[in-house]
Each structure stands twice: as C-alpha cells, then as structure tokens.
Design a protein around this ligand. Structure first.
Ligand code: DGJ
Length: 731
C-alpha cells in the first residue's frame, strides 16, 4: 500500500491492497487520469496518452498553437466547463457577473498517513493511521481565487479508494456552486455494462444490468432521500464479468439525499463516470472565505467478479463505516408489533405479544408506530413525542420494565423528521416544515417534512426524542421516515440560498443523528424509510442496521435481499418473518421458507405471536434457537451469491466464516416445476482443501467436490415456495 509521487513524470500512483490508481499533472497544470485497475508494481506510462488533432475539439488558450491538445479528448480527474471539454463537467460555478466558466489548474499536493473525517458528513474512517494513506491535491482557478481540494484515500486492507472534494473561496467575490460532484473518473474505453439498483416502495434494489451505449446513462434521486427508486450505487462490470470472474468498478455515494450517478460515453468511446449531490434544484452560495465539503464516494475495484466487489463493500462498511457499540456485536432477534396490530393496540396486547416472544426465545420487543400523541391512525400527532396515556396508561417506563422482566429488551419507533398537520407542534410552529411561502403544502401519508435545515427545529426534535429515550429503559430505536420532499424551501433562508435547503436538511439530519446516537451509545438504532427508502452508507454511518423493505413476503424478499447484498452487509439488513397471507402481496408461503429467508439477514418477527398454532410456535422456537447458533456466521461471515432470483425460479447463497470452517447454504425454489432437471449447487466460497460434514448427517465431502461437482439439489421439495438449507462444518 502507499501513495507514490514521481516528480519527474509528475504522476501519482495510489496503491490500495491489489489495486492501482494512477493520475498525473499534465502541461499547464491539468490533472489527467492514467489508470485504475489491478495492482501494478511500477507505473511507467505504457498506456501513454496520444495527442491527435480531432475535429471540433478545440484547444484551450495556452495551447492554441497545438491543435492536438484539447480537454475534449483528455481523460481528466475533475473536469470543468467552458474551455474545450464538451462532456458533462464534475462541477460548475456561477460568478457575480453571471458567467459560468472556470479553469482549475494544479497548485500543490500533500500526502499523509490516515484519513481525516469530513466535517458534518458521514464517511469511512480508520482506527489507526497506518490503515490508510490520503492524497490531497489542490487545484485553483487563479482568476477568481477558487480552490478545489481533491481527496483520495487508499486502504491497506481493501481494494477500495474513497474520494471527496472541498471547495474554498479564497477570492474577493462570492461564487455560486451550481454543481459540485464528488467524483469523476474518465475511462479510456467503453466496453462495460451499466449496473444499478432500481425499485419502488415494497420493491427495493432490483438489479438491472444493460450494456453501456453512447450518450448518457444515469440514475438519480430528486426526492430528498436516497430513495427506494434508485440506490446511490452504480457499477461498471466488463461485459463478461460474472459473480466470480472478471473486472468490475463499483461506485457508492455516502449520502442520504438527492444524488446523481452518471456514465457518459463520448464520441471516442471514452466513459466518464460522475457521482455526487444532484445538481438538479441545487446551488450553494460560497461567500468569500467559506468552504463547501462535498460528500464521499467509495470506489471498489475487483478483478474477481461482482461477489468479490460486494464482499469488499461489506467488510469495509461493517468495520470502517458503521460505528458504535453494536458494530461488532451480534444483533438481537426482535419481534415488532406493526403488522400484528398496526395502530390498534393497548398495553395488555403489547405485553401479550412480548410474553409470547419471550417463550419462544426472542430477545427484543419493538413497539412500533402509535404510542404517542393521539395517534390512532396515520393522520395525526407526528412531532408530539409524548406518550399516549389512553393507550399506555402506565407510561413507557412501566411498559418497558414489564417487558424487560420477561427477559426481552424494549425498543421504540420514532419518525423524528416529520410533522402532522394535526399536531400540537404544527399548531405552535406552522413554519417549521419545508414549504414555499404562499403555496399550499402537499401532504403525503397525511404528513409534512420538518425543516431540518433550521437549527431550532433540530434542537427541539433532538430534545423531544432524547427526553423519551432518557425516560425509560429503551435499548433499541427504529428511526422511520415516510415521505419524500415537496415544496422544498425554508422560512429562514434568503432567496439566493433557497436551493441549498435540501442539502442543508441532510446536514441538519446528520447532526441530529450524530447527537442522539452518541448521547445514547447503548441504544441499537435501526433506520427505516418506509422500509428501504434510505438504505445508504450515509445512514449506516449513524445507524448500524436498516429495515430492508416494508415488503415482508418471502418470495419478494429474495430479490430485495439479493439486490441489497450487492453493496450492503448482511448484518445491516433487517429481515422479518411475517403472517400469511402476506400483507403486501397476499401470498402464502411456509413458515420454513419465511424463516430461511429472514435468517439470511438480521432476523426478526413481525406478526401476532399470540395467534400462532402450537405447531407454528414450535417451528418459530426452533428457528430462533437455530439462528442464535449460526448468528455470528450469518451476520459477520463472508457472503457468496450462488443463484440469482433475477435469472429465474431459484435463488441460492452461502455464508462462511473467515477460516472457512463453517458454512451455511440456503436454496430457494419459488414455483414447483414439472420434470425438473437434476441440478447441483456449486459451493463457491468454501475451502477446496477442507473436508466438510453436513451437520445432522454422516455425509462428509471434500471442499473440492462441493465446489467442482456440487451438491445435489433435492427433488423432493413438494409444491411452490420451497427452501432447503445445509449447515457444513469442517471435520
Ligand atoms: C413504515 C415502516 O416501514 C413500517 O415498518 C412501520 O414502522 C410504519 N412505517 C409505521 O408507520
């Protein structure tokens, strides 16, 4: 590992684990990109840039006599607008005179051990400076005194490079950032697919992979949250890249609001990837002496397929993004009352469910929406974070103590960023929500969004949530967010800063999350946004797990969890067994399949346990006991995808510990098939040199046999919605 600067060739060679990233300073101080890919011992410019006169690719002023030099044909590190590059720039500024052209050139650089935090923003971190090295390159537009600092961090243990950008106004006039993306990478080729995770509420993170084509392909959010619709992640796998073979480049934005992820293939079949805060409806006024920090992008390279890329993201995020007491701890098995009761509960009912949970070995009871204000449906009370004594006459203190006495921890639901029109908070502070003066306020689920760009709002909500958390033995919080932003504007911002509102909201949210999570370090926080509407690395920095989807149907979950696993660690995925017929898609699947799907994530139950038959209770009891046995393996093991639900009727995946002495394999078949073929599951990911016993049997197989010949998939799985698992241990 290391960052090496060659002052003769003016190249920076960044070496992460087995990855090299090379950039350089070209004539007149332009920063160019040479290479990113498999590790190279020494870069000597074999893939040198070639200069030719290309028609309609103009020449910047200093090179006007050299028709071969054009920014339009150069692979750049942080491209600008207005001086011969006609592709999409990485940023754009507007000056007081209205012009939008700028010109950044190399000024200086610094290399240091470790990684500095990003002020007010979530980011990956190191625990020891030796784990990483950082390069900061300052480029400047000397005409206006605008400095841009590009940061690159490489990690010793990971094939990952993080990038972020800081703008500093050292000039004498204010500058408006119209766009300030965090990353731009120019590949001198276009032989890639464009892979991304799209979806909808109850259908998150479905994988779509299509060949790159000339022109622009992008995914984005304009919703004020990273969104169910598009995750802030894209990858460029080479055309033949599979789960286990081939090159892939991954990009994930550590941010929870509006984003843009884009690939532009130009006239010469170069590919420019850019990622950052969505320039749509964004601008930021940078006064003299002020700076603007753009969030981080985590770039992962793998030469060993999509699976290896995912495992890099998983381990980096599990160990160097997620923080707090729960980072390395096994997560409790919970029961949540939402799908059991919705808003219709009282203290007695809650205690009955908790009691049933305790008899089955469940470890945490979560009281969901409806415990505060006068919230008997979703029309009121958000913002009034005070216990509803009609429903809970003895208060939260007594309820949580009773639950604790049964041997379960107690958890509570909040939706801190929201306000109901029918709430005391709204009656007192009608201007505390996002809104535009004179315009009516669009509601969604009967609620408005609090204006977290305002400090007073953040302070009051922090106080209300903290008061509740301090009032009772609460050891878990589900932090929900159930609508997207409309009429985005803030009562406190001047006209020329209104387009800062959405980003200022995110900064306010991150501050509130930082304050609350650090004030209550023993509380386990799970984020949620109508399920997985904000499943992104920004939120994972504050809250180590996320409710993956409001869709709890086992079949739908196969795609949702498989897609989510492309980037996010298994331990971060909340996965619950719920009732049948399922409340979202009305399908009935067996308790076994529901259990196997949920046990492939962070297990919980979300149904009225008191209504289960004795036989069902017995199955749940066994699942809970079994999960406790394999929990560390599932939550902290390495994950290998074997069969994709996006390819057909079957899904399979496996978990193995680092030593590969223990393996858990899950196979799912959605529909029964007539005349089904004899099929095998090749257990990629286990150790070919070890001998494994299938637990509960006398069968012993060599790892090589299991990987190369495979394991027969049983044909005696009868009917639709079947699952089967194997637990292997080295002998
Ligand atoms: C949406 C969440 O995703 C559900 O699990 C539940 O908490 C409801 N909100 C409550 O309103």
């Amino acid at each position: 590992m290391g960052i090496h600067y060659n002052s003769e060739s003016k190249t920076f060679h960044l070496k992460a684990k087995d990855t090299s990233y090379v950039l350089g300073i070209l004539r007149d101080g332009y920063l160019v990109h040479y290479y990113w890919g498999k590790g190279i011992s020494e870069y000597r410019n074999s893939n040198f840039l070639q200069f030719v006169d290309r028609g309609f690719s103009g020449n910047p002023y200093q090179q006007k006599n050299d028709r071969t030099f054009s920014l339009d044909t150069l692979p750049q590190e942080y491209p600008q607008y207005g001086n011969t590059d006609f592709r999409k720039p990485a940023y754009q500024v507007q000056l007081e005179n209205g012009s939008t052209v700028s010109d950044l050139r190399y000024v200086s650089h610094a290399i240091y051990q470790g990684k500095a935090p990003l002020e007010g923003l979530p980011a990956t971190y190191v625990e020891d400076a030796e784990e990483a090295e950082t390069l900061e390159i300052t480029i400047e537009d000397s005409l206006i005194g605008l400095k841009v600092i590009l940061s690159y961090t490489i990690f010793e243990q990971f094939n990952a490079i993080t990038r972020s950008v800081r703008f500093v106004n050292d000039g004498v006039q204010s500058v408006k950032l119209l766009s300030a993306l965090s990353l731009s990478v120019d590949f001198r080729e276009a032989d890639f697919d464009f892979l991304h995770l799209h979806g909808a509420h109850v259908k998150e993170r479905h994988i779509e992979r299509k060949p790159l084509r000339h022109g622009i392909q992008s995914v984005e959010s304009t919703r004020g949250g990273s969104s169910h619709q598009h995750n802030p992640f894209i990858a460029l796998p080479r055309k033949g890249t599979t789960e286990d073979n081939g090159e892939v480049y991954g990009f994930n934005f550590v941010y929870s609001g509006n984003f843009l992820a884009q690939a532009e293939v130009d006239q010469f079949s170069n590919t420019r990837v850019t990622m950052g805060i969505n320039p749509f409806d964004f601008s930021w006024k940078l006064d003299v002496g002020k700076s603007f920090q753009a969030p981080e992008v985590v770039m992962v390279y793998s030469s060993e397929g999509l699976g290896d890329m995912s495992r890099t993201y998983h381990e980096l995020y599990r160990t160097r993004l997620v923080r707090g007491n729960y980072r390395d701890k096994e997560r409790p098995i919970l029961v949540n009352n939402w799908e059991a009761t919705y808003f219709n509960f009282n203290e007695e009912k809650i205690l009955e469910i908790a009691k049933a949970g305790s008899e089955l070995g469940i470890e945490l009871f979560v009281l969901d929406d409806g415990w505060f204000g006068k919230r008997d449906d979703d029309r009121s009370s958000l913002g009034d974070w005070f216990v509803d004594h009609n429903k809970l006459p003895n208060g939260l203190g007594s309820l949580s103590s009773n639950v604790k006495e049964m041997g379960l921890e107690f958890g509570l639901w909040f939706e801190p960023e929201m306000i109901s029109v029918d709430s005391d908070l709204y009656r007192e502070h009608p201007d505390w929500c996002l809104h535009v003066p004179g315009r009516s306020r669009s509601e969604s689920r009967n609620q408005l969004v609090l204006d977290f760009s305002r400090e007073d709002v953040c302070v009051e909500i922090t106080k209300r949530v903290s008061d509740i958390l301090a009032s009772a033995p609460i050891s878990y919080v589900k932090w929900d967010m159930n609508r997207h932003m409309t009429e985005i504007g803030s009562a406190l911002l001047p006209a020329d800063r209104q387009r800062e509102t959405a980003h200022r909201y995110m900064l306010g949210l991150y501050m509130v999350m930082e304050n609350i999570t650090t004030s209550f370090p023993d509380v386990l926080f799970e984020s949620c946004s109508g399920g997985g509407g904000r499943f992104d690395p920004g939120i994972l920095y504050y809250m180590p797990q996320t409710w993956t989807s409001d869709n709890t149907d086992a079949v739908s979950r196969l795609k949702i969890q498989y897609g989510t696993s492309l980037v996010y660690p298994i331990v971060s995925m909340g996965a619950h067994v719920s009732a049948v017929p399922n409340h979202q898609v009305h399908r009935s699947t067996s308790m076994e399949m529901r259990g196997d799907v949920a046990m492939s994530g962070n297990l919980g139950y979300e149904l009225d346990l008191t209504k289960l038959s004795n036989e069902e209770k017995e199955i749940v009891k066994q699942q809970v006991a079994y999960y406790k046995d394999i929990r560390r393996l599932i939550q902290f093991g390495d994950f290998f995808r074997l069969k994709s639900p996006f390819d057909g009727n079957e899904t399979a995946w496996l978990f193995t510990n680092k030593e590969k002495t223990e393996v858990m394999v899950y196979y799912f078949r959605v529909l029964a098939e007539p005349a089904a073929p004899f099929a095998f599951l090749k257990l990629n990911g286990i150790d070919v040199n070890k001998q494994y016993q299938v637990t509960g049997t006398n069968n012993v197989y060599g790892g090589d046999e299991l990987v190369y010949a495979g394991l027969s998939i049983p044909l005696d799985l009868h009917g639709d919605f079947q699952s089967h698992s194997w637990h292997l241990k080295e002998i």
